[in-house]
Design a protein around this ligand. Structure first.
Ligand code: FAD
Ligand code: GLY
Length: 385
């Protein structure tokens, strides 16, 4: 429990201090509201602190559609955001905009990637197809296993833990309050006479009751459990991911290398993050021999020189996934004043600014955008009872 007494009444309660909750707090505070961010453990202690930090708006999207558009909009917010966060907090989110190479190792992967180049170009993105030789001219450490690649100029990367903490600190600098080690146990709702639907009036926490007319559930994969207690069904399931890092004492790669079953992200100080496994329906945080050795083999196939690097550490995170693959971002129909921002699966770091902006627009000015409606939670059958 935080040593300060929790406030009794606030403008907005945000439940969960990962990157999404912290982004929501930041954008609400920018709009002049005083949100309260509650985190049951430590800020960014789950997926948001584990992520590799890629802003893979193109590399991770295989088709056009609402998510592709949302991802590109969000990615393009980062250059200005990095400056704003640094000014408010002094934190450098280590934004690198050197592009990515998405590589193919089989003829089938070549066909698939070439098809993505067509729609990416059509949407105005700077992408080019490279054969294996051209890919090695860009990144000489790539092996002959790589037979083609898409050079994606616009995708970048950053430090995921720094982004989450910078959002939270910047929110505080603008008037938000943040409490760690405070768990929300229950939503409090009320049916007022003459009003068609009940509304949210606050939350019950392990440190007492807080009154608020707006509550945003940003509890990652755990959002379902909290909502279930209020009769709301919001399907989410965990997809565990394992990663490791090594230190390279000579420059190995300049850009992020993204392959079908592994990616290698070059960070400052010669660090390379290698990720990530995908294990659905697992909540445990164990680093497995099988997972790490699989990543090592895949990484070595595309970058043989990685064997000369120095081992640093391995860790895991739990991605929050939704059945239809789209995150939930928006208001609930069942209770007035209740919102969700959860289920960002492999792209929560990338999607954090647009998610924060969207929720802040809804709460601060009631602004709804047609293009964002596919993400509203009402697309699932919300009511349990
Ligand atoms: P979380 O980070 O899980 O945060 C939810 C928080 O809510 C937790 O801190 C939890 O303790 C808290 N909480 C839960 N219940 C309660 C409660 N009742 N009361 C108070 N607090 C509560 N995304 C990218 O964009 N780029 C990447 O390169 C990338 N790489 C990844 C690599 C791995 C291995 C993994 C696992 C994920 C990766 N992701 C990446 C995905 C990204 O990490 C997630 O989509 C994102 O972190 C989800 O953020 P969140 O805030 O919704 O959830
Ligand atoms: N976006 C990378 C991952 O989820 O592993």
């Amino acid at each position: 429990m935080d040593y300060r007494p929790i406030p009794k009444q606030v403008d907005v309660v945000i439940v969960g201090g990962g990157v999404v909750g912290s982004a929501v707090a930041y954008y609400l505070a920018r709009r002049g509201l005083k949100p309260l961010l509650l985190e049951r453990n430590r800020l960014a202690g789950e997926a948001s602190g584990a992520a590799a930090g890629m802003l893979a708006a193109l590399a991770e999207m295989e088709e056009t559609g609402p998510l592709y558009e949302l991802a590109r909009r969000s990615r393009d917010l980062f250059p200005e955001l990095a400056v704003q966060l640094r000014e408010l907090t002094g934190i450098d989110i280590a934004l690198m905009r050197r592009g990515m190479l998405k590589v193919a190792q089989t003829p089938e992967q070549v066909d698939k990637l070439r098809a993505t180049v067509a729609f990416q170009r059509e949407s105005g993105e700077e992408v080019r197809w490279l054969d294996g030789q051209e890919a090695r001219e860009c990144e000489p450490a790539l092996s002959s296993d790589v037979i083609g690649a898409v050079d994606i100029a616009g995708d970048g990367q950053l430090s995921a833990p720094s982004l989450s903490l910078a959002f939270a600190q910047a929110a505080v600098a603008l008037g938000a309050e943040v409490y760690e080690h405070c768990e929300v146990l229950q939503l409090i709702t009320e049916q007022r006479p003459g009003v068609s639907r009940p509304r949210i009036v606050g939350v019950e926490t392990d440190a007492g009751t807080i009154t608020s007319e707006h509550v945003v559930v940003t509890s990652g994969v755990w959002s379902s459990r909290l909502l279930e207690r209020s009769g709301i069904r919001l399907p989410l399931y965990p997809v565990k991911g394992e990663l490791f890092s090594v230190i390279s004492h000579r420059p190995l790669i300049h850009r992020t290398i993204f392959a079908d079953s592994v990616y290698v992200v070059p960070k400052g100080g010669g660090r390379l993050i290698v990720g990530a496994t995908m294990v659905p329906h697992r909540f445990d945080r164990a680093v497995s021999y099988g997972g790490i050795s699989q990543l090592m083999q895949q990484a070595q196939k595309i970058l043989p020189g990685i064997v000369e690097t120095e081992w640093e550490r391995a860790w895991t995170g739990i991605r929050p996934q939704t059945p239809d693959g789209l995150p939930y971002i928006g208001p609930f129909e069942r209770y007035e004043g209740l919102y969700a921002a959860a289920g960002h699966f492999r792209n929560g770091i990338l999607l954090s600014p647009i998610t924060g902006q969207t929720i802040a627009n809804l709460i601060a000015s009631g602004t709804e955008e047609e293009e964002l409606k596919p993400f509203y939670p009402e697309r699932v059958q919300e009511v349990i009872t």
